[in-house]
Design a protein around this ligand. Structure first.
Ligand SMILES: NC(=O)N[C@H]1NC(=O)NC1=O
Ligand SMILES: [Zn+2]
Length: 454
């Protein structure tokens, strides 16, 4: 290390890690953090950032996005998707094996996705492989190619090329994934319960937003989580349950953890910020699966975050062209695309709804958005924290600065979001990846840099 000239010094920020908050300087050399603490003003750097009044978070790791490239790039895309994440303080993301086409369920699908990411992602990325009926023989190859883990759906995925796992595929898949030392992420809703209830509501001519929400009850998640946890207990497979929508679901996962199942759970900003009445008010832009819940469930999730029972936050950014979010034949809410655009606003939601409104400590935010996902997926301490030796992946935030989210703030391919018009306290001023500023408030995105696969 050439001590005479650093690449970057960030001075006088409030440094936030999962362990605590302290004031200090950060020096970066050759993409890594090389010093933290007091750095003499005599020391020179190619670039200095004055972080007085700013909080320096570890760059967020979003474990759950659907950028849909290749094949459905008109829905989002790795360029626009990664740019929107950068504007929100995220530095690493894991892209789901759907809704790209071909899906990442074969070696060939993986290679195509990797090529697309190399060409277009401005951030670091991990790539999920898929577990679907019929691809058990591809899992080992996918693991060798470097998937971050595998993802399966226990209910309809909404995508014809990505079938949900039947129970025997799920069981056998877990045996294989356990043998490979990998991890299975599950969309845990019961296919039987959600299908039967949807059919019943539709047969009654009941197709509103509220009917849709009622057709996917919390119990449908609880049933699926229970089944998956039992299979995991028998097979020894590591499980990661995505988008739990209620503290009641989290409680079942905690119970499994306590009896020794290697299981973690993620929730999404939208389950922490919106309710079923919001779904009725906002319409298709707020439709997702599992659906938005009543306020008591929202609060139960915040409690579970405070108690440490929720391991991580993923945006589950899953957009579609706007036309698929609007009912064509009078009010059939069931027919709309399910998926919320939220990649850019995860930290904003955690700060406004968590830190400001519910006293959620900043350390907890750093833990669930960075340290815990890094630990769960084997990236810690290279990523997920602020320490000497770590990648210089950082988000500098002005907590006091508030703004109303506008359509024009969004970097998505389609500027849709249920958060448009919402006031947030806490503005991302700089996002730094490997010591390079990839986003600066007022300046925008630096597109001249590409991320790497983790
Ligand atoms: N296929 C897909 O992206 N599905 C996602 N959308 C959503 O709302 N929940 C999901 O799992
Ligand atoms: Zn998803």
């Amino acid at each position: 290390m050439k001590e005479d000239c650093y690449d970057l010094i960030i001075r006088n920020g409030q440094i936030v890690t999962e362990e605590g908050i302290f004031q200090g300087d950060i020096a970066v050399h050759e993409q890594r953090i090389v010093k933290i603490g007091f750095i003499s003003t005599e020391k020179k750097a190619k670039k200095e950032i004055d972080a007085v009044g700013l909080h320096v978070f570890p760059g967020l790791i979003d474990t759950h996005v659907h950028f849909n490239e290749p094949g459905r790039t008109e829905w989002e895309g790795l360029a626009t998707g990664s740019q929107s994440l950068a504007a929100g303080g995220v530095t690493t993301f894991f892209d789901m094996p759907l809704n790209s086409s071909p899906p990442t369920t074969t070696a060939q699908g993986f290679e195509r996705k990797k090529q697309a990411a190399e060409q277009s992602s401005i951030l670091d990325y991990g790539l999920w492989g898929g577990l679907v009926p019929g691809n058990l023989d591809s899992l080992e190859h996918l693991k060798k190619l470097g998937v971050i883990g595998f993802k399966g759906f226990m209910s309809n995925s909404g995508i014809d090329e990505f079938l949900h796992v039947d129970d025997s595929t799920l069981f056998k898949g877990m045996q294989k994934i356990a043998g490979l030392g990998s991890i299975l992420a599950l969309h845990a809703e019961s296919d039987v319960i959600t299908n039967q209830l949807a059919d019943w509501y539709k047969a009654q001519g009941r197709r509103t937003a509220r009917d849709y929400a009622a057709s996917r009850p919390v119990l449908s998640e609880i049933e699926a989580v229970g089944r998956a946890a039992s299979y995991a207990e028998i097979t020894g497979c590591k499980l990661h349950i995505v988008h739990a929508s209620s503290g009641e679901v989290v409680k079942r996962i905690s119970e499994a953890k306590q009896r020794g199942v290697d299981i973690t759970v993620e929730t999404c900003p939208h389950y922490l910020a919106f309710t079923t009445p919001d779904l009725e008010r906002l319409g298709g832009v707020a439709k997702c699966a599992p659906p938005l819940r009543e306020q008591e469930h929202v609060e139960s999730l915040w409690e579970a975050l405070k108690s440490g029972e929720i391991d991580s936050i993923g945006s589950d950014h899953s957009p579609s062209p706007p036309a698929m979010k609007v009912a064509s034949d009078n009010d059939d809410f069931f027919s709309l695309w399910g998926g919320i655009s939220g990649a850019q606003t995860t930290l904003n939601v955690m700060l406004e709804e968590g830190y400001w409104r519910r006293n959620l400590p900043l350390e907890v935010i750093a833990r669930v958005t960075a340290a815990n996902p890094a630990k769960r997926f084997g990236l810690y301490p290279r990523k997920g924290t602020i320490a000497v030796g770590s990648d210089a992946d950082l988000a500098l935030v002005d907590l006091q600065s508030s703004f109303v989210l506008k359509e024009t703030d969004l970097f998505y391919r389609h500027r849709q979001s249920p958060y448009i018009g919402k006031t947030f306290r806490g503005m991302v001023m700089f996002t730094i990846l490997h010591g390079r500023v990839v986003f600066q408030k007022g300046e925008g995105i630096d597109n001249n840099f590409f991320g790497q696969m983790v």
